[in-house]
Design a protein around this ligand. Sequence first.
Ligand SMILES: [Zn+2]
Length: 98
Amino acid sequence: MSGGPYVIGVAVLVCSAGLVSAAAYLMGPAVEAWRRAHRAAPAPAASPDVVALIANGQAERLDFYHCPGEQRRRPHAVSVDGSRTCWHCGHHSSGDQT
Ligand SMILES: [Zn+2]
């Protein structure tokens, strides 16, 4: 009645459980930070109008302008003719027309 294999089995079980909880303890905060970072900066979905502008090669650049539709500064796709399309709501404005 040495109980050798039984003791080793329990020891292995305890060690694996310890390793798993240690890994969870170490990885938990890292995973949480990664999730938080990705939640904090979601990629804004472009309006279909902006997607069409970019697809047609009519959008010259992206810049921030006041959106009359939302009454706040929003990224806009600026067309080659100077007109702007709001990235968020698709509101189209004629722009400066210089
Ligand atoms: Zn807008």
